[in-house]
Design a protein around this ligand. Structure first.
Ligand code: 5AD
Length: 332
């Protein structure tokens, strides 16, 4: 049974701490275990394929205005990396990059996806590369991409415009609808703790997400990156994010919800707490070559990039296990 909460109840649960919070997490875990009785966690390998970006997001350290070295991994290097992570048993690949809608770049990604799917047909490919045109999403889908992550970041249109001056919430929503229409499995999510974001904005984020037919949902702790327009601002509150994650799970028991590395950056042990709050997906940073990582400071050059040992430890501590063949299946 999917629970419905009033706005007042959601506000109260977002602020819960101590025993009340423990109870919230326990009911989120219960919902997860009902739908995922094998207690499996999806493990994704991320490859940050390019940091070229046309956007000017205030929260991001690799936006167009930042003076950083730009790179794009070659197709041959990508295939070598994929072959390596595949041999380690990974079956879910997350290809992430800045937003670049040039024809050349989309053709390039499309040829990469095609080559990856040709060599590794049972590898699920998730793309996370921002707003593109409908025809480009179609091209990538036709090349074999299975899923797409496009976060709405905040459901407050004025705040959205402020943090992403080159974009609008409406354009983002149009892109999400394009992706759904093209039958991608779609993920979206928000950031919590953005400057000027209110508790009501966060409550609204939760109902906003319920408007889409999603496969994946996420929430990250806002991290003030040292190279971003928000350097020096306070970071988001980890407990509010954990409570938000628990609510996402209770309201959407069958979805894939990641425990993101921003939780660990926000607080030591935070990523484990994400699993305890009902998450069932984690991302391992074993794809991007170490010498390129510093050039992909989504939220901070000093960000925490979990390796496999860390992930194995928190997954077993949460009494969960790596999914067999990588992809998590629901009971229904
Ligand atoms: N703090 C937290 N999350 C961030 N992201 C990007 N920058 C930050 C930040 N400073 C998240 C956004 C984006 C995804 C790729 O990473 O949700 O969509």
């Amino acid at each position: 049974m999917v629970e419905r909460f009033t706005e007042e109840m959601i506000r109260k649960k977002l602020l819960s701490r101590g025993e009340e919070q423990d109870r919230l997490f326990a009911s989120a875990r219960e919902k997860r275990e009902e739908r995922f009785p094998a207690r499996e966690v999806e493990v994704r390998s991320v490859i940050e394929i390019s940091n070229v970006c046309r956007q000017t997001c205030l929260y991001c350290g690799m936006n167009r205005r930042s003076k950083r070295k730009r790179y794009t991994i070659t197709r041959d290097d990508l295939l070598a990396i994929v072959s390596n992570i595949y041999s380690k048993g990974r079956r879910v690949l997350l290809l992430q990059s800045g937003e670049n809608d040039s024809r050349k770049y989309v053709d390039f990604i499309s040829s990469c996806v095609e080559a990856v799917k040709h060599q590794f047909p049972d590898l699920a490919v998730i793309l996370c590369m921002g707003n593109l045109k409908h025809a480009q999403y179609r091209q990538l889908r036709d090349s074999g991409a299975d899923r797409y992550i496009l976060k709405f970041e905040t459901s407050n249109p004025a705040l959205y415009k402020k943090i992403k001056p080159g974009d609008s919430l409406q354009q983002r929503v149009d892109c999400l609808n394009d992706l759904l229409e093209l039958r991608y499995q779609v993920g979206t999510g928000n950031m919590i703790g953005l400057p000027d974001q209110t508790l009501q904005d966060i409550v609204n984020d939760l109902s906003f997400m319920m408007n889409f037919k999603l496969t994946m949902m996420s929430s990250t702790v806002f991290i003030p990156g040292e190279d971003s327009g928000y350097r020096g601002e306070p970071a988001g509150d980890v407990d509010t994010v954990l409570n938000f994650m628990a609510l996402m799970r209770i309201m959407n028991p069958g979805l894939l919800i990641p425990a993101t590395s921003s939780l660990e950056k926000g607080r030591r042990g935070g990523q484990y707490e994400g699993l305890a709050a009902g998450a069932n997906a984690v991302t391992v940073h074993d794809g991007t070559p170490p010498e390129l990582k510093q050039h992909f400071p989504i939220y901070s050059a000093k960000r925490f990039t979990p390796d496999e040992d860390h992930i194995r430890e928190i997954v077993s501590r949460a009494e969960l296990k790596f999914a067999q063949n990588g992809v998590v299946r629901t009971a229904l």
